[in-house]
Write a protein that binds this ligand. Structure first.
Ligand SMILES: [Zn+2]
Ligand SMILES: [Zn+2]
Length: 352
């Protein structure tokens, strides 16, 4: 029986053999090779993000298709794949689409389940079962480690799909964690001028990616009293100097904290855009709504992106994605990997 790391209760991860259930129509069984540990996994494991348990975590992964239910899907057998995480109507092979899928919003499907997050077991296991409609073939150019970053890369790319930037525009990325680093890399490849802002600790990690990171304490506002105040911080000065005094065209808020939004509002230009990527799970306490209205600032949330778009982008602009991975653990070390990831950093499980 294949082994899975099952989250029975917050911080209670058990390695269990699980019976191989027969596939439902339209499903595929995949032998997992690598699974990435991400912030969402840590949040669910720690109990900060509440979802129905027990659950097998893991939505960033690469593997090889071992079995399919439908003859039509046999072309997938033996192929190296990952899978889109949203299991929407069409991917599940439903005959009729829900109203949101019918409107072209499958990632917001009214009846969706989400691999490793919501009502669908994930990839911290030797095997995973997914709808064949979610499978995405991996190119040879991406090794298994880099392939686990396709999901977060697609999420970073989605910010720019919904908030496009033009070459030469100034983009500030707040928070140089993994998602922020990916967003900064995308913005650079799109021809934007990029200021990535993070902590000292993250600066060293991003050197191999060729990213220059401005060190600043994010979460504290850069213009605490008056947006045009007398004593702005070095960061605000730098953004103003790079923008002729206007402010950034786009600020990607990826700090993971509720406070980052106030900083973003300090740095964005009038009629600029704040791309929201943090999901801190708590309301924002200090946000100057009046300033956002007066400056006609656009707030754009975004979540998952298309894996196909991500792979197309990576084919055009190869990026050293696996430079973001700090260490690998065996599947049996999933609990340890989650503990390490809670302290920061990107880890990968070797599942097979
Ligand atoms: Zn993730
Ligand atoms: Zn739907």
């Amino acid at each position: 029986m294949p082994i899975a790391a099952v989250l029975a209760a917050p911080r209670e991860l058990r390695l269990e053999p699980r019976p191989r259930e027969p596939l439902a129509p339209g499903e595929a069984r995949v032998r997992v090779r690598r699974a990435g540990v991400c912030g969402t996994d840590v949040a669910i494991w720690s109990g900060a993000y509440r979802v129905p348990l027990p659950l097998v975590l893991g939505h960033e992964w690469a593997g090889e298709v071992a079995e399919v239910a439908r003859a039509d899907d046999e072309r997938w057998l033996g192929r190296r794949v990952t899978a889109e995480i949203n299991r929407h109507c069409a991917a599940r092979g439903e005959a009729a689409a829900c109203p949101l899928c019918a409107r072209g919003l499958p990632t917001h499907c009214a009846t969706r389940t989400v691999t490793g997050i919501a009502r669908a077991d994930g990839a911290f296991a030797e095997e995973i079962v997914v709808p064949a409609g979610t499978l995405v073939a991996l190119p040879e150019s991406l090794d298994d480690d880099a392939a686990v970053l396709v999901e977060p890369f697609a999420a970073a790319l989605q910010a720019f799909a919904l908030s496009p930037v033009a070459p030469g525009e100034l983009v500030v990325v707040l928070g140089a964690g993994r998602l922020g680093a990916l967003a900064a890399l995308v913005a650079e490849r799109l021809g934007a001028r990029v200021v990535a802002v993070g902590r000292e600790r993250t600066r060293r990690r991003l050197v191999p990616l060729g990213l220059t990171v401005e060190v600043a304490e994010i979460g504290t506002r850069v213009a605490p009293d008056d947006p045009l105040g007398a004593a702005p911080s070095a960061l605000l000065e730098r953004v103003r100097a790079l923008s002729g005094g206007c402010g950034a065209d786009l600020v990607v808020e990826a700090t993971g904290s509720a406070e980052g939004l106030a900083t973003a509002l300090d740095l964005v230009r009038p009629r600029g855009t704040i791309a929201l990527k943090s999901t801190p799970g708590q309301p924002v306490a200090r946000f100057d709504l009046t300033r956002a209205v007066v400056n006609e600032v656009r707030l754009q949330g975004s979540r998952c992106g298309s894996f196909v778009a991500a792979l197309e982008f990576l084919a055009l602009h190869p990026l050293p994605l696996d430079a973001l991975i700090e260490a690998s653990f065996p599947l049996a070390g999933a609990g340890k990997a989650l503990e390490e990831a809670e302290r920061g950093g990107k880890f990968v499980l070797e599942c097979g």
